[in-house]
Design a protein around this ligand. Structure first.
Ligand code: ATP
Ligand code: MG
Length: 501
């Protein structure tokens, strides 16, 4: 019987497929031809895939990134001296993956999953590729639950919701890392935190490790480090590895907070690799796909639908600006990718205004919906009031004669400014923040001199912490006029009892 044309065609396909699969899985041994600045030139690989891991005879690894007809350029994932011209190398048929799971909590690891305190590989419950696809739009839910940072200025004026991506932007040494770490320290048992250090100084990383490991969040956090001394290849992988670890927890229904410190260093590492790989430079010499790279990374942070477990990843990427220039290439990219930004200003930092948050330029595009309703009744127009006050103050500096009403607004504004200051690592509960903001915005503190403000604030906080009236306030409901009245008269009572008048 002659076979049907379909059968002939089917057999031919099967033969081609079998041959193709054989080629895909075939063992291939290559040779190191050159090593230069973290890039390894290899020959002898004809079927290596893009982003495939190549293992050297010494056991160290590299990532195939440029694939030419007769050679492959790979990015070293271990320091340079490990690679020698003439070494043999083998393809692994794998992309980079990382162990994920509960076992990682409390550890400090590198982007390939090595425990940095023991030097051994970590053991996870599963392995995740570091370059997973972001959840689809239909799997996502709106950002509706607050992520309480404990920092008044943020919670009141630029609230962050779980599942949001909020950029932290500022010059060198303006408190960017402190802000992010403080937010981690203020989380509770219900949050898993991942801190990813990219290209930072060892001393800065150590400071963060000490802070986190000396706190209650030690067993709820994972620190992933690719420091400035590590090869650029590892720095490039770091945020993706960290996100895969975070994703595992999100898929188990947990809320995760991830900090990328910082993406400027990440962009620089990628630029270095791209230039060494002879890829064409674009704006500010960055390769053209740097936007895509960061967008693909941050797209993975989201709030999942409740029938998919309801987990979330909130991302706080950090970016360093030069001379406050937020319109440079990488900052503008990231501003357009994220759902808002916290801008830190050097002048404020130098004046001792902590946190040095520029409220006028900072914005949270989705967090307002996630803010506690009770909070909203207190801080609703705070941002507008404060911005107007700053303008008014700048104007009043010219020595213009001002009327009584304007003077009163200046007095009030200065009290609000004091109220928004907060010392590092002194987090406040939502109800404590509400008390101080109510007192400052409604005039309860107008009679205090600025120097006495901290003292008055302390007194009020001590009262609130022991008062049922405050502690029993339901944050899930907006405050009624009458409630606000009662709270205000309570505040007045506290100050009067201590001889405000
Ligand atoms: P870099 O650009 O080097 O990464 P950074 O912007 O991350 O710096 P930090 O390292 O967080 O800044 O802080 C710089 C210094 O300012 C630190 O010594 C820190 O202790 C101090 N600092 C930061 N925030 C506060 C604060 N709220 N109150 C008091 N000091 C602070
Ligand atoms: Mg820093």
């Amino acid at each position: 019987m002659t076979p049907t044309p379909e059968k002939v065609l089917g057999d031919a396909f099967d033969a081609v497929n079998a041959r193709f699969e054989f080629q895909l899985s075939a063992r291939e041994i290559g040779r190191v031809e050159r090593t230069e600045g973290g890039i390894i030139g290899l020959t002898g690989f004809s079927r290596v895939g893009f982003d495939e891991v190549i293992e050297m005879s010494s056991g160290s690894k590299a990532l195939a990134m440029n694939i030419n007809e007769d050679s492959v350029a790979a990015v070293a994932l271990s320091p340079g001296s490990v690679f020698q011209v003439g070494d043999t190398a083998e393809r692994t048929h794998r992309e980079v993956s990382i162990p994920v799971g509960e076992g990682l909590l409390g550890l400090v690891i590198d982007p390939l999953g090595t425990d940095l305190s023991t030097g051994a590989a970590t053991v996870g419950s599963e392995h995740f590729s570091i370059d997973r696809r972001a959840p689809e739009i239909l799997q996502r839910a709106p950002v509706q639950r607050p992520l309480h940072t404990g920092i008044k200025a943020i919670d009141a004026t630029i609230p962050i919701g779980r599942g949001q991506r909020e950029l932290i932007l500022g010059d060198r040494q303006t408190g960017k890392t402190s802000l992010a770490v403080e937010t981690i320290l203020n989380q509770g048992e219900d949050m898993v935190c991942v801190y990813c250090a990219i290209g930072q100084r060892q001393s800065a990383v150590k400071r963060v490790i000490d802070l986190l490991h000396g706190s209650k969040m030690r067993d709820r956090s994972i620190i992933l480090v690719a420091s400035g001394d590590d090869p650029p290849g590892l720095q490039y992988l770091a945020p993706y590895s960290a996100t895969s670890i975070a994703e595992w927890f999100m898929l188990q229904g947990h809320d995760v907070l991830i900090v990328y410190d910082d993406l400027t260093c990440h962009a620089r590492a990628y630029r270095e690799l791209s230039l060494l790989l002879d890829r064409p430079p674009g704006r500010e010499a960055y390769p053209g796909d740097i936007f895509y790279l960061h967008a693909r990374l941050l797209e993975r942070a989201t709030q999942l639908r409740s029938d998919l477990g309801g987990g979330s990843i909130t991302a706080l990427p950090i970016v360093e600006t030069k001379a406050q220039d937020i319109s440079a290439y990488i900052p503008t990219n990231l501003i357009s990718i994220t759902d808002g930004q916290l801008v830190l200003r050097r002048e404020l930092f130098e004046r001792g205004h902590f946190p040095a948050l520029d409220i006028g330029r900072s914005v949270s595009r989705v967090g307002g919906k996630a803010q506690w309703p009770a909070f909203r009744s207190v801080s609703g127009d705070l941002k507008l009031f404060y911005s107007q006050f700053e303008e008014l103050e700048a104007f009043a500096r010219f020595g213009t004669r001002i009327d009584d009403q304007t003077r009163a607004r200046l007095v009030r504004g200065r009290r609000v400014r004091e109220a928004l200051k907060q010392r590092a690592f002194e987090p406040q509960l939502p109800i404590e923040q509400i008390a101080i903001l109510l007192a400052a915005t409604q005039g309860g503190m107008d009679d205090f001199e600025i120097e006495d403000f901290a003292d008055a604030e302390h007194r009020l906080l001590t009262h609130v912490r022991g008062s049922d009236l405050w502690l029993k306030t339901d944050l899930r409901q907006p405050l009624s006029e009458q409630q606000i009245e009662t709270l205000l008269s309570d505040i007045d009572g506290v100050f009067r009892a201590h001889g405000k008048d």
